[in-house]
Design a protein around this ligand. Structure first.
Ligand code: AMP
Ligand code: ZN
Length: 460
C-alpha cells in the first residue's frame, strides 16, 4: 500500500516517506484540560487515531512514535478555576481523567507519550533563552515576545499575509510589543496564578511554546507528521513553526502538516452562547461508543462534518447490519482487511470510502478485520444487540456535566424484569406483564416472546 497524505504546508497530496525509513514520528496537539471534551474536540483524536493505526500496520507497532500532549497550563484553565472557586489542579486532574475515559470509550489508542506542559517548564525556558540569544525574541515589561518580523517566511503554513496575520492574531492591546503580530513566549503570573521561576521573573509559558518544547523533547528537531484541527493552522501551528525553526537554525519542525475540518452540530457552530455544546460524555450516555466513532469516520477528515441525530441513527443501522453479518463468525480474526479497503485508507485516510468498501465485504472474517482496523465491531454480536448505552456512563449523575440522567438498565436488571414478567404471565396477571413490557420499551428494550414461552430481548 502506498500512503498519500494531504499536506497543509505543500497544499497537495504527497506520497508519505518518513525521515527515518523504518520509524515514523508524529505529534498531535492534545486537549487544553479546562472543560469536558465536546464532540468537535474528539474529531482530531479519532481521525488521527486511524492514521496511527494505519502507520502501525505499515511500519510495525514499535516503529511509530506518537506524542499527544496535555495542555495543563493555560488562561482558560485559570478562568475555569476562578469561576468554579476550586484549585487549578482540581480542574486539570478531573478533566484529564474524564478525557482519558472518553478516549478509552471511543477506542482511541493511547499515544506512546502524553507529556503534560507543566512537567516541561525547564525545556520551555531553555528554548526561550535560545530564541533571545538568536535575537528572535525580546524581553519587554516582564514578558518575552517572539519577534515576528525577525523570521523571513513567517506565515508560510497558513498563507496569511501580514494584514491577515495581524487581524487573525486578535492581539490584545499590548504597548510592550514591538510589532502587533509578535506573540507571547512567557508572561508574568500574579501570586494566585500558576507560575514558575525564570530569568524573566515569576511567570508561565505561552501556549504555542508548550508544543514546540514538548515535540522537541520527544521527537527531536524535525519529525514526520504534525496534526490538529483546522483552527490550529493559524496562529498556533504557524507560531510553533516560527519558534522551533528559529531555535533550531531553520530546520523544519515537521514535514507533513495535517488538519481535520470543523464539526458543526445540526447545522450550527457549537458554542456555549448558543447553548448547543454536546460533550462526548453526553453522547456516550445516549449512543453506543462505536456509533459515535464510526459516525465520525463516515466523513472524510478534511471535510466539514455536520453532526446530526439522523446520521447517528443511520450509523447505528450500519453497525447493526455488520454485527448481524459477523454473528456466528466466531472470534477468529482474519489477518488483514481486504486490499481495496487498505488502499482507500492509504489515499489520504479516505475513511468514508473504506466504510463503503465494508458494505461490499461478504466474508465475515474480512468484515471483522476491517472493523478492527477502524476500531469498531469490537463487541460480541450478542452483547452488541443487548447494549443499551456504553459502560454505565449514563448512571453517572454529574450535574456539572449537564448530563440528563437517563433511565438505564443493566443486563441483569433487564433479565430480572423479564423473569418477573414471565411469572406474571404464568399467573395470568396480564396487567402486570404489560406494565413491565411497557416499562422496558420506554427504556429502549424490545421483548420477543418465543412460541415455547421463553422471552428474548434486544435493544431498540
Ligand atoms: P482544544 O482542547 O480547545 O485545544 O481543542 C482540541 C482539538 O479540537 C484541537 O485540535 C482543535 O482544533 C479541535 N477542535 C475544536 N473544536 C472543533 C470543532 N468544532 N471541529 C473540529 N475540531 C475541533
Ligand atoms: Zn500544539
Amino acid at each position: 500500500m502506498s500512503l498519500k497524505l494531504y499536506n497543509t504546508a505543500t497544499r497537495r497530496k504527497d506520497t508519505f516517506a518518513p525521515i527515518d525509513a523504518k520509524n515514523v514520528r508524529m505529534y498531535v496537539c492534545g486537549p487544553t484540560v479546562y472543560d469536558y471534551a465536546h464532540i468537535g474536540n474528539a474529531r482530531p483524536y479519532i481521525v488521527f487515531d486511524v492514521l496511527y493505526r494505519l502507520l502501525r500496520h505499515e511500519y510495525g507497532e514499535d516503529h511509530v512514535k506518537y506524542v499527544r500532549n496535555i495542555t495543563d497550563v493555560d488562561d482558560k484553565i485559570n478562568a475555569a478555576a476562578a469561576e468554579q472557586g476550586v484549585p487549578i489542579s482540581e480542574i486539570t486532574e478531573k478533566t484529564t481523567k474524564v478525557f482519558h475515559e472518553d478516549m478509552k470509550a471511543l477506542n482511541v489508542l493511547p499515544p506512546g507519550v502524553e507529556p503534560r506542559a507543566t512537567a516541561h517548564i525547564p525545556q520551555m525556558v531553555a528554548m526561550i533563552e535560545t530564541l533571545i540569544a538568536k535575537e528572535h525574541a525580546y524581553v519587554a515589561d516582564e514578558h518575552v515576545l517572539f519577534d515576528v518580523p525577525s523570521m523571513k517566511d513567517y506565515g508560510a503554513l497558513s498563507g496569511r499575509n501580514r494584514d491577515e496575520q495581524i487581524a487573525g492574531a486578535r492581539v490584545e492591546v499590548a504597548p510592550y510589543k514591538k510589532d502587533p503580530a509578535d506573540f507571547v513566549l512567557w508572561k508574568p503570573s500574579a501570586s494566585d496564578q500558576p507560575g514558575w521561576k525564570s530569568p524573566w521573573g515569576w511567570g508561565r509559558p505561552g501556549w504555542h511554546l508548550e508544543c514546540s518544547a514538548m515535540s522537541k523533547e520527544y521527537l527531536g528537531t524535525t519529525f514526520d507528521i504534525h496534526a490538529g484541527g483546522i483552527d490550529l493552522v493559524f496562529p498556533h501551528h504557524e507560531n510553533e513553526i516560527a519558534q522551533s525553526r528559529c531555535a533550531h537554525g531553520g530546520a523544519p519542525l515537521a514535514n507533513v502538516w495535517m488538519h481535520n475540518g470543523y464539526l458543526t452540530l445540526e447545522g450550527e457552530k457549537m458554542s456555549k452562547s448558543l447553548g448547543n455544546v454536546v460533550t462526548v460524555r453526553q453522547l456516550l450516555a445516549k449512543w453506543p461508543a462505536e456509533v459515535i466513532r464510526l459516525n465520525m469516520l463516515k466523513t472524510h477528515y478534511r471535510k466539514p462534518l455536520d453532526w446530526t441525530e439522523e446520521r447517528l441513527r443511520e450509523t447505528k443501522d450500519n453497525l447493526d447490519r455488520w454485527y448481524r453479518v459477523i454473528q456466528g463468525a466466531g472470534m477468529r480474526n482474519a489477518e488483514n482487511p481486504p486490499s481495496e479497503f487498505l488502499d482507500v485508507l492509504g489515499d489520504d485516510l479516505n475513511t468514508p470510502a473504506a466504510i463503503r468498501a465494508m458494505e461490499d465485504i461478504e466474508d465475515r472474517t474480512q468484515l471483522k478485520a476491517a472493523g478492527d482496523f477502524l476500531g469498531v465491531l469490537q463487541q460480541r454480536p450478542e452483547a452488541w444487540f443487548k447494549q443499551i448505552v456504553s459502560v454505565g456512563m449514563a448512571q453517572e449523575k454529574d450535574t456539572a456535566l449537564g448530563v440528563t440522567p437517563v433511565k438505564t438498565y443493566s443486563v441483569e436488571g433487564i433479565e430480572k424484569l423479564i423473569t418477573e414478567r414471565n411469572a406474571a404471565r404464568k399467573a395470568k396477571d396480564f396487567a402486570a406483564s404489560d406494565r413491565i413490557r411497557d416499562e422496558l420499551k420506554e427504556g429502549g428494550v424490545i421483548l420477543e416472546d418465543k412460541p415455547d414461552g421463553t422471552t428474548d430481548w434486544r435493544r431498540a
